[in-house]
Design a protein around this ligand. Structure first.
Ligand SMILES: [Zn+2]
Length: 804
């Protein structure tokens, strides 16, 4: 008989001011084997009983297990009394999310932190019912996965709140929060959607409230499975270590995602809304049906990622969200998946820690991109039906990737399992080379790598081509093939950009592409720039070819291409700020585009233009002194500016007034309420050319004086400022341990650091490598090995650009 966990009855007494929780728990299990062990960590266990009788127990701290001998195999109740003292220093598990002298006590339990809140079988496959009762001060509000069932005064004048029983669910999705909350709510298709914020912020949650309500309603149609609970919270947290989390019925989120409004810069607004839709997608895919084991974590995340964009595009078509998908998911994945440190999406995972290390941006971004490719392959309707059948079949239970492919295969009558296997079990992706011939073109494929030796292999590539205005589809499942295309005007591969491959043209191909460049769709144009940038990094095209196309982009103000290229130029500036080629291209790219879209919002313009405005103006302010000065003059009217322009104006002000600008900027970063607004000021403070200011900003980020969620901003912005690099790096090495401690083992720290590492050592690789070696390299796992490989590529690219 294998172990079954039926239920957790949790009675928690929360001493809020002292941040101590006294717990009384009853776990109902069947099939226990001696010695029976529950996961338990950082808990003090006072007593244990089995079926009402006190029994001896032992805490194995090293393995984080509570061992109880003699639990009978038959259905039995294990009773545990325990105490949890909340540490002041951590920002996950059960922690204090602090703000202005107060805090919210809140849980964040994925992947394996439930064991730090109550003893449990802390694996996703052991789904159980939760019955929760929380007693705490009457002036506080308690939020949990389910709605309140009853609430009564306890004899000591506090309040005892009992929550409705949850459906069967995994421990990592358990949630509760205690604090002073302000709420707003909306009914959506019979479900109450509620946002909860710290006092004074509720109005800023209205946009997310509407977005989540709309998404929830549309998901009920899309999945064709009713939302399994009767309420859904979004809890905005002033301190949060990642982005957001899909706790069932109670999404938790950092404030910058949940507190957005019509005045939030578009990119941030879109990102915030989209991540809330992502967490809403998980309420079914992840929460209702959960992966059997963490080896399918990638699928859980990839699916919600793809669906987050797709659904945002359905409910807010005017936002152009699928263009963002291309840039933030597909392009990002293509860059990382071309490193020798890449890995197949699918991997064998033994421990939770391994899953957290193995599944990274490659898994999620590429996974989401491959899902989009599979949707393209089977068709939107069959994809939806397959997903719906899968969710019905495995409701309140667990499933694996295999089950999804099989459901999609059945719905489409196509060999989805085979196609999925090819793309999931092999690392990397193909480069498709196009050679123009007399009769048409020859296509050939080879595995693409930015550096190092590429592996062998042939992918089944569905290629969609555009030739002379006609769409041609071919299936490239061997090394090369000839395609007769007739005439020879325009030519484009991967039209629509659903394919996960890069296209390299010959000289004639690039000439034809340049001639028709402005007529391409925005997604296609952005795709060309993505591939060219990869080839620039990999040394497959001359820098002049790339820069020629950057100049062409100056003539076509579409948002997605503009943002793609502006981001490339920002990275190039961080690694080769003194390159003449780069300095020459700036005036051909930035000013004509800024001129075309304008610095101020124009009546009737599509909202997504705002994101291009933000990238263009901040990018140009950082590299052109005269432009920075021009923007600085608008700082006096900062609060009235188009939010998309604010970041650039703050940078202009900083660069123009230097020392004189400091007090005001520091004052703003300490007093501004919104994280998004503060982020812009961090950007300005980190653009200073004097290293002391940047150092002060970095120090402020981890001082505790500002929200700990802020610490990533100075780190990332500072790393990209080439003028203060020595002092910046010295600070990072000196404060590395303090930062690490603040993140207490969270992957987020290594992700931030990996971005820092990849640019910081371009003039002295050895220095960075020396620091990130041994124990540190091991801790940072694949994030660090990848960052070091990226660093080598960046350093090489710098040398190539400076040779010219
Ligand atoms: Zn997710």
């Amino acid at each position: 008989m294998s172990l079954k966990v039926y239920s957790y009855d949790l009675k928690l007494d929360v001493d809020f001011r002292n941040a101590v929780v006294r717990g009384r728990e009853e776990v109902t299990v069947q099939g226990a084997r001696a010695p029976f062990a529950l996961d338990a960590s950082t808990l003090e266990i006072e007593s244990v009983s089995v079926n009402g009788k006190g029994v001896p127990f032992r805490l194995d701290k090293r393995r984080a297990k509570l061992i109880v001998r003699d639990v009978p195999q038959r259905k039995s109740v294990v009773g545990i009394s325990f105490t949890k003292k909340v540490s002041d220093d951590v920002i996950f598990g059960l922690y204090k999310s602090k703000y202005g002298g107060d805090y919210i006590l809140v849980t964040d339990l994925e992947p394996a932190e439930a064991r730090t809140v109550f003893p449990c079988v802390d694996e996703p496959g052991y789904k159980a019912v939760f019955r929760l009762q929380v007693t705490t001060d009457s002036n506080l509000k308690v939020i949990a996965n389910t709605a309140v069932e009853s609430s009564e005064s306890s004899p000591d004048g506090r309040t005892k709140t009992t929550f409705q029983q949850t459906p069967r669910m995994s421990t990592y999705l358990f949630f509760f929060a205690v604090g002073n909350f302000e709420e707003r709510s909306l009914r959506s298709d019979g479900v109450e959607v509620i946002t909860a914020t710290r006092p004074g912020q509720a109005e800023n949650s209205q946009l997310v409230l509407k977005v989540v309500a709309d998404a929830l309603a549309d998901f009920q149609h899309y999945y064709d499975v009713p939302y399994p609970l009767n309420k859904l919270h979004v809890v905005a947290l002033p301190e949060y270590h990642t982005g957001a989390m899909e706790n069932w019925g109670a999404i938790s989120s950092r404030e910058s995602y949940a507190l957005i409004n019509e005045n939030t810069a578009f990119a941030q607004k879109n990102r915030g809304a989209m991540s809330m839709v992502h967490e809403t997608a998980h309420q079914w895919f992840g929460d209702l049906v959960t992966m059997k084991w963490w080896d399918d974590l990638w699928l859980n995340e990839s699916f919600a990622t793809f669906m987050g964009y797709k659904m945002t595009d359905r409910i807010r078509p005017e936002w152009g969200t699928m263009g963002v998908f291309l840039r933030d998911e597909t392009f990002r994945a293509m860059e990382q998946d071309a490193l020798s440190t890449t890995h197949p999406i699918q991997a064998h995972v033994r421990t939770v820690e391994e899953a957290m290390h193995i599944f990274d941006a490659i898994s999620y971004n590429k996974g989401a991109s491959v899902l989009r490719m599979i949707e393209g392959y089977v068709g939107e309707d069959a994809f939806r039906r397959g997903v719906s059948n899968y969710l019905r079949k495995f409701s309140f239970s667990n499933a694996s990737g295999k089950d999804l492919w099989s459901a999609l295969g059945k719905a489409s009558r196509l060999p989805v399992t085979r196609v999925a296997r090819e793309w999931l079990t092999r690392a990397g992706y193909p480069l498709v080379q196009v050679t123009t011939t007399k009769e048409g073109v020859e296509l050939s494929q080879r595995p693409f790598r930015l550096a190092g030796k590429a592996p062998k292999g042939v992918w089944p590539v569905p290629v969609s081509m555009k030739c002379d205005g006609k769409q041609v589809s071919v299936f490239l499942d061997r090394k090369s093939m000839k395609v007769r295309t007739g005439a020879k005007s325009d030519l484009l591969l991967n039209a629509g950009r659903t394919g996960f491959y890069a296209t390299l043209y010959d000289r004639e191909g690039y000439e034809r592409l340049a001639a028709s460049f402005t007529a391409l769709s925005p997604m296609d144009r952005a795709g060309v720039m993505n591939d060219l940038y990869l080839f620039l990094q990999g040394g497959l095209v001359e820098p002049e070819v790339y820069f020629r196309f950057v100049s062409l982009c100056g003539g076509t103000p579409d948002s997605i291409t503009t943002e793609t290229v502006a981001e490339q130029l920002t990275i190039l500036d961080a690694i080769a700020w003194d390159s003449i080629l780069l300095q020459r291209v700036y005036p051909r790219f930035y000013p004509p585009l800024i001129e075309k879209i304008g610095e101020d919002r124009r009546p009737g313009e599509p909202e997504y233009i705002g994101a291009a405005r933000e990238d263009l103006t901040t990018g140009y302010a950082l590299v052109d002194r005269a432009y920075a000065e021009k923007l600085a003059s608008r700082f006096d009217h900062y609060s009235e500016l188009d939010p998309n322009l604010k970041g650039a104006v703050a940078i202009g002000y900083a660069l123009t007034y230097g020392e004189k600008a400091k007090p005001r900027l520091f004052d703003m970063v300490k007093t501004l309420q919104g994280e998004v607004d503060r982020a812009k000021i961090y950007g300005a403070l980190c653009s200073f050319r004097d290293p002391e200011t940047v150092e002060e900003t970095l120090e402020l980020g981890i001082s505790g004086e500002v929200s700990r969620s802020d610490s990533g901003y100075p780190l990332l912005y500072g790393a990209f400022n080439p003028y203060v690099r020595d002092v910046f790096w010295e600070w990072v090495t000196r404060r590395y341990d303090a930062m690490k401690e603040m993140y207490a083992g969270s992957q987020q720290f290594y992700l931030y650091m990996s971005r820092v590492l990849a640019v910081c050592g371009v003039t002295d690789e050895a220095k960075v490598r020396r620091f990130i070696s041994g124990k540190r390299l091991k801790e940072g796992g694949s994030s660090y090995t990848r960052a070091l490989e990226h660093l080598a590529i960046n350093a090489k690219l710098r040398r190539r650009l400076l040779e010219r």
